[in-house]
Each structure stands twice: as structure tokens, then as C-alpha cells.
Design a binder for this molecule. Sequence first.
Ligand code: NAP
Ligand code: 3JM
Length: 336
Amino acid sequence: MRVAVAGATGAVGREMLRILEERNFPADEVVLLASERSVGRKIPFRDAELTVSRLTKDAFCGVDLALFSCGASRSIEFAPAAVKAGAVVVDNSSAFRMDEDVPLVVPEVNPEAMASHRGIIANPNCSTIQLVVALKPLHDAGRIRRIVVSTYQAVSGAGQAAIDEMQAQVEGDASAPKKMPHEIAFNCLPHIDVFLDGGHTKEERKMVDETRKIMGAPHLAVSATCVRVPVFNAHSESVNVELEQSVSPEEARALLSRAPGVEVVDDVDSFSYPMPKDADGEDPVYVGRIRRDDSRENTLNLWVVADNLRKGAALNAVQIAEALIEKGMLRTAPVK
Ligand code: NAP
Ligand code: 3JM
């Protein structure tokens, strides 16, 4: 099997390579693609060093699986060429997520959606992924009526340049920010992606639309506020969830303890709750601070934390690819 990683030099692409290696992904050959700027750069993978090539339409010859994380406009330009060359594309960008004929998949939540793919499968936004992994078990138990979520998103979600920008700022660099709309060090910015009509941001709109699509609940009430915080890696979310039927905090804890991809960290007596520093580099979606919202019937509050580069992006994409292989849905041509 020949696997292409488009955006291999980025924060998500590098994590993708680590995860392919860690999980012994059955790739016979891995092709690294990025912009002209990175051509010839060497990146360690398994026992070797791979050389980065330029992302072009011809780069997908003989490729069976293409993992895209190089921005939405590159996905629009190059993913169709990869499909034409016979590859299945797992796309990390927002380019195709809301297309009716593109499945939007979190394997723990809606693996059945993969079956209808026509060459492209979309990976949801990082903030959406951890939200739906935590909420699906509660939805199955008590039917969700409304979700109010506020995010505390790490700078790694904005790419390698944003990580470097905050690092420089904490070391005292006072020059004007280039990657963020304002200084992020020692600050909070309620502004992720662009502003849309009505005063919402596109990140907030993604959370609403994607959650509805993945949960198969097109009219679900979802209200999101997305905030960038001065954390290097791992997103946190404060989630208020109103259900049709009562689910007690104890029941929620039991359901979530059994749920795939979830780890409950919830013992206030020992000050145990999820934190981004603990989630950094880990696979699970961590859930804690599970408690009743006493101001409203059948309503719970939760605190949900996950590594946005892993479960929020690269790990979810690789899990989709693994599920495709397991279901025999990846057409693999012999490696030429
Ligand atoms: P990043 O660190 O800035 O990396 C961007 C990658 O895209 C680099 O490999 C870069 O190559 C490549 N690239 C940029 N312009 C290109 C061009 N014209 N042609 C070919 N390659 C080009 O960003 P990141 O955090 O890894 O995110 C990459 C993308 O993944 C985002 O834009 C977004 O669409 C998606 N993403 C999704 C999630 C999610 O929630 N699922 C989370 C984060 C990101 P060079 O090094 O050569 O510039
Ligand atoms: C996360 O090219 C772009 O505009 C990409 C911007 C981006 C996205 C996106 O819209 O694909 C940066 C970080 C995402 C995302 O996951 O939606």
C-alpha cells in the first residue's frame, strides 16, 4: 500500500507520521508532499529518512490512500486529482465537510457513514471531534435537546507558525503578531477563523454544522463560543448538555467509562480532572467535572479535553483509514 501525506511538514502532518509509525500502519511506502518551500527536506520515518516532494496533481500516481492536511484551498485543488488517480482521500480541512456526498466521520460515533464514500472522507474540526466523542453516549442514553459549548483552544490548532509565535512571545518578543489577530501569550482571544454574518466565527459555525451532521440530528440546538487560549497543545471544552430524558451524573460517568475513545477523569476529592498538559501526546478524549446543572431540568455540565493534533486531527484520520482497510473499502493497487 502506498500512502501519501499531503502537508507532511505541518503540525498535523508531522503528527500523522508519528501516528502511522506508532500504530504500525500497513503502509509499504509513504510519500511526503508539501509546498515548493519544503522540497528536498528530510523527515525521519521508521528507520529511514523520507524526502519531501512538491504537492502536484501528478504526485498521486499509484497512491492508495492520501491523508490531506495542507489547507482547504489545496484540498479543493488537489484532492480530486488524488481520487482520479485511484486513491481514497481522508481530508483534514473544512473544504468538503458539509458536502452531501462526502461522509464526515468519527469512527467511535458514525462509522456507518463511511460506506457511502465516493473517494473523499472528511475529518471533522478538532473541537467537533472531541465534543461528539464525549456526547454520543449521552445522546444514545437520553437524546440530546441542546448543547452549549465554550472552547479553550490551543495554539497548535492554528499550525506550526502559531506555536512558534507564542513561543517567541513568552520569551519576550514584543513584535506585532503575524499568525494570530492579537498577542496570544498571557491572553485569550474569542476569535478563531473568520467572522461571519451575525457575529459568529467560522470555527463556531463549523461546530454547529458538523455536530449536527455527525450525530445525524439536523435540527439539534447547538450554541458555540470558540476561544484561543495560551496553551501550546490540547483543546478544552466546557459543555452544557440538556437531554430529553434524565441521565444522572453517576449514570453519565458509568456510560462514559464504557465508551470507546473516552477516559473519565473525575474525582474532585483528589483534584482529578482533565487538563491539557495531561492530554498532550495522548489518544483519549478525557471527560471530567461531570455534574448536574441545577438551573435546568435534565441538564449536565462536563469538561472535555483532548489532544487536538491527535484525536482532533491526525489520529482520527488514521483511524478512518484503519476502518476502511478493516471493512475492505480501500482499493489497493499493487505498489509499482
Ligand atoms: P501548518 O503547520 O501551517 O502546516 C501546513 C502544511 O500545509 C505544511 O505542510 C505546508 O507545507 C502545507 N502547505 C501550505 N501551503 C501549501 C501549498 N501551497 N502547497 C502544498 N502544501 C502547502 O498547519 P497544520 O496545523 O498542520 O494544518 C494544516 C491543515 O490541516 C489546516 O489548514 C487545516 O485545513 C487542517 N487542520 C485540520 C484540523 C482538524 O481539526 N481536523 C486541525 C488542524 C488543521 P510547507 O511546510 O511547505 O509550507
Ligand atoms: C483548522 O486553508 C485554510 O483556510 C485552513 C484553515 C484551517 C482549518 C480549515 O478550515 O480547514 C485551519 C485550522 C481548520 C479546520 O479544521 O477546519
